[in-house]
Design a protein around this ligand. Structure first.
Ligand code: UDP
Ligand code: MG
Length: 314
């Protein structure tokens, strides 16, 4: 389990206890990696103290507050399990749901990621549930991963999927899209959700803007990463071609002896042609970057999955 922790002092003891209650009876070997994201409320000291008592608790301390995505990434890089579960440190997710998620991954080779679905979400309607509903719709439309609840932190993964993903910025919000891009099959399973009883939510309405910018980035990244020329160049051609036609038309008028100087159309033609050329050049530059990206590092271009087990009667 990987848990990002930022100012969760009053939740940690109960979190650790409830994770233990949920996992110890299973007999599985497990670890709880709590990544302290630069808390200044004593969360880290408490984690260190709790780790004295529970060998399976592994605190990690980031040098400063980097944000939830980076905290998760730090945890992923340290996780040793075959399956990796994420959940929040504020007990809004219920550790008791974890074993069922793992069992599903164990039993169903068709599934690589299980995403929690907070059917009864216990947050404020106007400030949290509504923006979240809009974001869910937008993200699932834009990235073509249809989920009811993108934002649920409680998720379970096969290890190899996590190894293919690299989180930074606000990317944790888009993990299902990134996972699908990495070849994962994702299902949603209803999970419990509780109100935050202690500590405060770290996010206000201002994050909406960051999320929107990241959404633009992620859509662009997922859809056009391989073909920047198609994205920029396509738009460029839509401007360049009409722009040239306008200029040709004005050129003919000029040749016929008409004055064309004061026409708004001249301005439009010049701008469209110029912008069109620039966008096409931007697309070509993107193509160069893609090629450098693929030829540079030894980065895998694809991933394979295990062949299905032969049926007993076959
Ligand atoms: N968190 C973090 N770094 C941050 C902000 C939040 O590690 O900069 C952690 C936080 O401690 C919690 C999780 O990310 O475990 C989700 O944060 P929060 O509960 O405040 O968000 P909400 O549930 O309100 O979306
Ligand atoms: Mg929360």
């Amino acid at each position: 389990m990987v848990v990002p922790v930022y100012h969760e002092r009053d939740n940690l003891a109960e979190l650790v206890e409830r994770v233990g209650q949920a996992l110890l009876p299973t007999g599985w070997s497990f670890e709880l990696i709590c990544v302290d994201d630069g808390s200044t409320d004593g969360s880290l000291a408490l984690l260190a103290e709790l780790a004295q008592r529970h060998a399976w608790l592994r605190p990690v301390a980031l040098a400063r507050n980097y944000g939830q995505s980076t905290a998760l990434q730090a945890g992923f890089e340290r996780a040793r399990g075959r399956y990796i579960v994420t959940l929040d440190g504020d007990l809004q997710n219920d550790p008791a749901d974890i074993p069922a998620l793992i069992e599903r991954l164990q039993q169903d080779p068709e599934v690589d990621v299980i995403s929690g679905w907070r059917r009864q979400r216990q947050d404020k309607a106007l400030s949290r549930k509504l923006p979240s509903m809009l974001a869910n719709r937008l993200i699932s439309w834009a990235t073509r991963v249809r989920l009811h609840d993108y934002g649920c932190a409680l998720k379970a993964y096969r290890r190899e999927i996590i190894e293919r993903i690299h989180l930074y910025g606000e990317l944790h919000r888009f993990i299902p899209s990134l996972a699908k891009e990495a070849g994962a099959r994702i299902v949603e399973v209803p999970v419990r959700h509780h109100p935050r009883t202690r500590g405060q939510s770290k996010y206000g309405i201002d994050r909406t803007f960051r999320v929107i910018l990241d959404l633009v980035l992620i859509v662009f990244f997922l859809r056009y990463r391989q073909r920047p020329l198609h994205a920029f160049g396509g738009l460029g051609l839509w401007l360049l071609v009409p722009g040239i036609l306008i200029l040709l038309y004005l050129g003919v008028l000029k040749l016929l002896g008409e004055a064309i100087g004061g026409r708004p159309l001249l301005m439009a033609g010049v701008m469209m042609a110029l912008m069109g050329v620039q966008l096409i050049v931007a697309g070509l530059t993107g193509e160069l970057l893609i090629r450098i990206y693929h030829e540079g590092a030894a980065r895998p271009q694809y991933h394979t999955r295990a062949l299905p087990a032969p049926r007993p009667d076959a």
